[in-house]
Write a protein that binds this ligand. Structure first.
Ligand SMILES: C[S@@+](CC[C@H](N)C(=O)[O-])C[C@H]1O[C@@H](n2cnc3c(N)ncnc32)[C@H](O)[C@@H]1O
Length: 199
């Protein structure tokens, strides 16, 4: 089966866009047609389907929640890193945290991708909240992509993904679990902080 020539027509792209918007609120702009085609190719290959028409028929006739989950997995952009958007973390650290006097604190990272954001938050809270142990602090982390949530739950990151963390934070909050072929680390328990993942 030669999938390279499978064409995603404008009409098919619009159908997929509507479905994706309905499923997770992601607005696939017109310029994204080539990107969507490239990403959906993975699903055509996995399902051994020869065209996007066959793929649309497949999801329309089956409405299989697992396939809809795979569709979301390939469509979502999961770019993340530790302490990404530093100005947000700085704002939280300097303007929000000093005013949080309640013992019971709840945080929610609503689109956590592979977990770097909730773990960055946990590390920051542990570092900047001296009385965290005596408080009741929970972080809920959710994401529409099951694949990303699974990675977040495992809390394992390669050396490259940890390159922006200082050696001190790496040593304090991660344990090296693999040396070869590349180094990998797992997040240690961050005392005073409880992480909740859906499912
Ligand atoms: C670009 S990543 C950002 C991750 C993280 N918040 C950060 O800033 O580093 C966007 C994430 O949003 C998730 N997402 C998109 N739509 C969502 C929805 N409706 N509900 C939950 N998560 C969603 C995607 O799966 C993806 O992992």
């Amino acid at each position: 089966m030669n999938l390279m020539s499978a064409e995603l027509t404008e009409k098919q792209f619009k159908k997929i866009s509507r479905l994706v918007y309905h499923l997770c609120g992601i607005n696939l702009k017109d310029g994204k047609q080539a990107l969507v085609r490239a990403r959906l190719m993975k699903r055509l290959r996995a399902l051994k389907l020869g065209s996007f028409e066959a793929y649309l028929n497949h999801i329309e006739s089956n409405r299989d929640p697992q396939e809809l989950g795979f569709l979301i997995d390939v469509i979502t952009t999961n770019k993340t890193s530790f302490f990404r958007e530093p100005e947000h973390f700085n704002y939280l650290r300097d303007d929000i945290l000093p005013n949080l006097t309640s013992r019971r604190l709840r945080f929610w990272t609503a689109a956590c991708s592979s977990g770097e954001e909730p773990f960055s938050l946990g590390i920051m809270l542990r570092e900047k909240m001296p009385d965290i142990i005596s408080r009741d602090v929970k972080i809920l982390a959710t994401d529409i992509s099951k694949r990303m949530l699974e990675k977040a739950r495992q809390a394992i990151y390669g050396e490259e993904e940890l390159r922006d963390l200082s050696p001190l934070l790496l040593q304090k909050y991660f344990i090296r679990i693999q040396e070869q072929p590349t180094r990998a680390y797992q997040v240690k328990k961050i005392s005073g902080t409880w992480f909740g993942w859906p499912g």
